[in-house]
Design a protein around this ligand. Sequence first.
Ligand SMILES: [Cu+2]
Length: 166
Amino acid sequence: MNKLSLLSILIFAFGCGNNTQSGFENEEPISSAPIATSKIIMTDTLFIVALGKNMSEMKFNKKVIRVPSEKNITIALTNQSTDATLPHNIVFIEKGHANDVGQGGLSHKNNAYVNPDDKNVIAHSPLAQIGETVYLSFETPEAGEYEFICSYPGHWGIMKGVFITE
Ligand SMILES: [Cu+2]
């Protein structure tokens, strides 16, 4: 392959990447509607966005994440915050344990503020800095109602939602 055709491929790939990014920007604003109205296929990726200019505005763009139970899924979390002091992650947890998980993660900065031994944590993403997208693949738990939070210090009381597997 000569250098020119390699360059063309790189430009093409970069162009596609930009198109994908603009798709994120067109995400609907926060809504109480479930993320999926029909069963998603196990190879599907769910795109979640963290938004907000400051700590009082920060939020996930979904209040409810509904997925099949006991399936491998991938979550893509994009941090669209505009404040560089607002890294975010997404942590799927047992219902009612947001405060336990958040407090327990405070001393685990090097593990995205999640205690790796916390039995109330189902799965968690890395931290996404502003403008970044991070990915998390995991097998969803048995059918039931769970929660999701951002475990970054001070965020879990505000950045949270319901995680339903069915
Ligand atoms: Cu956060």
